[in-house]
Design a protein around this ligand. Structure first.
Ligand SMILES: C=CC1=C(C)c2cc3[nH]c(cc4nc(cc5[nH]c(cc1n2)c(C)c5CCC(=O)O)C(CCC(=O)O)=C4C)c(C)c3C=C
Ligand SMILES: [Fe+2]
Ligand SMILES: [Fe+2]
Length: 364
């Protein structure tokens, strides 16, 4: 800890003492090159995201990538931007509100906030605000079903960095993954069935997950295995045979080998092999974002149709789907066990109520 500084004391107002911090990746503030430069500089400087020596990477990042990529990425974001802002942020904010409602309905006294690993609202300032409100327990829920060093562990790093600078820490818990949670798999399967009922059943279901460098697997990252397990459980839940689905990896970044098979080349090959109707779902993304709306629903669609495919159905992410939200709130509830968040277990409230009643002359 550097120079000792007085922290704002805990307040003892009406705020609940337990908080759920729902963390997502983050997104630029605007679909412009300067906003993209700020966002990409923070994102791609994270040693969890690009695992090559800092001196080498610093030169590549600042000398090449941050000169070229911001304008190109800004143009892509411009194509998916909504009046309310970036889809990732709009969905994450909505999901946090729904989690607050569902947990409240089930009797939990808890403040739900969302924060972004890169960009705003930042994890550190959100944790400081919660602490200043008197929160003494924080459950951190990263919005990533599958664990990876680049995503989940990076959220933990950010919380830990805040903790290093904080004297009076709340109790902290982390959800690290939910790739095989039955309610999450069931929510995905229901969304596929609904889509098929409305648009017809494809010849193949492609489950496309965000990629990672291939070496992450050899280095012990469970991400690849967790994606495969999610895919297998979803296929089983839909009763699909091995020939009726493919698990692929998208969003390759840089020249190194990434996890294979790659999504777009797979789609092109399927079309070239004579497959006409495909449906694509992105089960690793809890909300639609650039990687699903632009890379899959625009670019991959175009590639498949151009290679001879005839129908490309994109199945949206769970977003605010009620079953998906129930899966997340049930997951949070399980991790809250042992923490007094239920109104009925708030002994302090009962005691206060009793004292008030006695002061008003109640007989005991
Ligand atoms: C869902 C899990 C994700 C993993 C794993 C992941 C790894 C990863 N990503 C990059 C580089 C980029 N990703 C970008 C966007 C992006 N990535 C995820 C999720 C995962 N990334 C999401 C949800 C998004 C979309 C954000 C949005 O604003 O909508 C980008 C930025 C866009 C661009 O310029 O292409 C980059 C860059 C690496 C290197 C990596 C693994 C090591
Ligand atoms: Fe990414
Ligand atoms: Fe991408």
């Amino acid at each position: 800890m550097s120079k000792p500084q007085a922290e704002a004391p805990y307040t003892h107002g009406s705020a609940s003492k337990t908080a759920l911090l729902f963390c997502n990746l983050g997104t630029p503030d605007a679909p412009t090159a300067p906003a993209l430069r700020r966002y990409l500089a923070q994102f791609l400087s994270d040693p969890r995201v690009v695992e090559i020596p800092r001196i080498v990477w610093g030169a590549i990042l600042h000398g090449i990538i941050l000169r070229v990529r911001p304008a190109k990425s800004a143009a892509k974001y411009a194509g998916i931007w909504t009046r309310e802002g970036s889809p990732l942020k709009v969905w994450t904010e909505k999901q946090a509100k729904l989690l607050q409602g569902q947990l409240g309905e089930r009797g939990h006294k808890i403040s739900v906030r969302y924060a972004m690993r890169y960009g705003q609202p930042a994890i550190a300032s959100t944790l400081s605000a919660l602490r200043a409100e008197g929160v003494t327990r924080v459950l951190v829920l990263p919005a990533y079903p599958q664990y990876s060093g680049a995503t989940t562990a990076s959220v933990v790093d950010d919380v830990a960095r805040w903790a290093l600078k904080t004297r009076h820490l709340p109790e902290l818990r982390f959800v690290t993954h939910y790739h095989d949670e039955p309610l999450y798999i069931a929510a995905l399967a229901d969304s596929v069935r609904r889509h098929w009922a409305a648009h017809g059943r494809p010849e193949k279901l492609v489950m496309s997950f965000h990629g990672m460098p291939a070496r992450s697997l050899a280095l012990g990252d469970p991400y690849h295995c967790e994606c495969l397990k999610t895919g297998r459980l979803l296929a089983e839940s839909l009763g699909l045979s091995k020939t009726e689905y493919e698990i692929t990896f998208q969003s390759r970044f840089g020249k190194a080998k990434w996890l294979e098979p790659y999504t777009e080349p797979t789609l092109k090959k399927l079309a070239a092999d004579g497959l006409r109707h495909v449906a694509v779902i992105c089960p690793g993304f809890s909300a639609d974002c650039l990687e699903t709306l632009e890379e899959i629903n625009l670019e991959a669609r175009e590639a498949f149709l151009h290679a001879g495919g005839q129908r490309f159905d994109y199945i949206p992410c769970l977003n605010d789907d009620p079953a998906g939200m129930r899966a997340l709130s049930a997951l949070a509830e399980r991790h809250l066990q042992g923490w007094p968040t239920q109104e009925t277990t708030d002994a302090g409230a009962l005691q206060r109520q009793r004292e008030r009643a006695l002061a008003q002359g109640a007989k005991v």
